[in-house]
Ligand binder design. Structure first.
Ligand SMILES: *Cc1c(COP(=O)(O)O)cnc(C)c1O
Length: 364
């Protein structure tokens, strides 16, 4: 069908911006042959949910009220301050498209951090200003202030991932207050709490009411074990939620997703999540103790989540040795400041034992 000719014509039709994009290399896209996947911070197994198909002929509500109500109960944040979306990734994209003018505005991140902030910005034609964090991986407020003074675009959003993926550290509360003070009347501060259930004492949702420019994003993908249904939340002042509702698609949450989310956020669902968290945290602490005893382990980063970032004598070699045994981890050795670092998701007991036995067989 003359596909190759068509391809170049089609390619030419795409916008300049899209031609230049490289898609997000998710763990799923990078893939790899194996039987143990500890590369995407997923829960080791799924829970059971029931489904009622009697309403599948109808369009769902844009913001299913039972989901909002359940998340309000769970989070302690009022319903009018919550937006539910297709994963928190959609929330990140909506924030960028709602607040940033293509070609004129910018977002600010501190690498190494979650990759979707800059990808959402790229997709929207918004520049990313990357301000390296301090040596302890906390945001560098002085450097952020400098970036605001020197950037020709208007920085509209500061993204702070806490706990940070992949380094695991949580933002210091006093420092966040200073950042919020600096950002007041300037821009939004988005705190990504995708992993907060593993260390709930570090949540900053209590700071929302005093800071209308603070946004917190959450998800059911990690501690709730529901990465496959795509359900996330934005917690913010009513004005921000209302603006995002202008940009969101009319039916982002399918009826089955809403049904599962309500069950996951029920009293029983939350109890299941909490016991999963307790089990994973305990398994992680035992795993970390074992890993620290290996001579070629140089550093274990902050331990707050269902993953740990480890620096090895030779990270690439270790990563490849695991691949040989069918164990897929996430290699970060090409990222700034993360040479020889590998991120390991905490999986089942059997999976972690398999990882440890490969680790023990390696000499570096
Ligand atoms: C996994 C992850 C997300 C994505 O969550 P979804 O709700 O599955 O889109 C967001 N932020 C961070 C830091 C993550 O690691």
């Amino acid at each position: 069908m003359g596909r190759s000719n068509n391809m170049s014509m089609i390619e030419n039709l795409a916008t300049e911006r899209v031609k230049k994009l490289t898609p997000y290399m998710s763990a799923r896209r990078i893939g790899g042959k194996g039987h143990v996947f500890l590369n995407a911070n997923e829960a080791p197994k799924s829970s059971i949910f029931i489904m009622n198909s009697t309403s599948f002929n109808r369009y769902p509500e844009c913001q299913p009220p039972q989901v909002l109500e359940a998340y309000a109960d769970y989070s302690g944040v009022p319903e009018e301050n919550i937006l539910v979306s297709r994963g928190s990734d959609e929330s990140i994209g909506l924030l960028v498209r709602t607040f940033c003018e293509p070609g004129k505005d910018a977002i600010l991140i501190s690498s190494p951090t979650y990759g979707m902030y800059s990808i959402s910005a790229d997709t929207a034609g918004v520049r990313t200003v990357d301000v390296p964090p301090r040596d302890d991986f906390q945001p560098d407020l002085e450097a952020i202030k400098k970036a605001f003074a020197e950037t020709s675009e208007q920085i509209k959003i500061i993204f702070i991932c806490s706990p940070n993926n992949p380094t695991g550290n949580v933002v210091d509360r006093e420092l966040l207050k200073q950042i919020l003070d600096f950002a007041r009347d300037r821009c939004l501060v988005v705190v990504d709490e995708a992993y907060i259930e593993f260390c709930p004492e570090y949540s900053v949702t209590d700071m929302l009411s005093a800071n209308e420019h603070l946004v917190v994003t959450r998800t059911l993908s990690k501690a709730f074990g529901l990465a496959g249904i795509r359900c996330g939340f934005t917690l913010a002042c009513e004005e921000i939620i209302k603006l995002m509702l202008k940009v969101i698609d009319p039916y982002p949450i399918s009826d089955p997703v809403a049904q599962i989310a309500v069950q996951a956020l029920s009293t029983n669902g939350i109890a299941i999540m909490k016991s999963r968290v307790a089990e994973l945290n305990e398994r992680r602490d035992r795993f970390v103790a074992e890993v620290k005893s290996l001579s070629y382990v140089k550093e274990v980063f902050s331990v707050n989540t269902n993953y740990v970032l480890v620096k090895f004598a030779d990270g690439e070699e270790l990563f490849n040795a695991c691949v040989q045994k069918g164990i897929i981890l996430r290699d970060f050795h090409t990222k700034p400041r993360l040479s020889n670092c590998v991120r390991i998701t905490i999986g089942s007991e059997e999976e972690m034992n398999e990882v440890l036995s490969v680790f023990r067989s390696i000499k570096q």
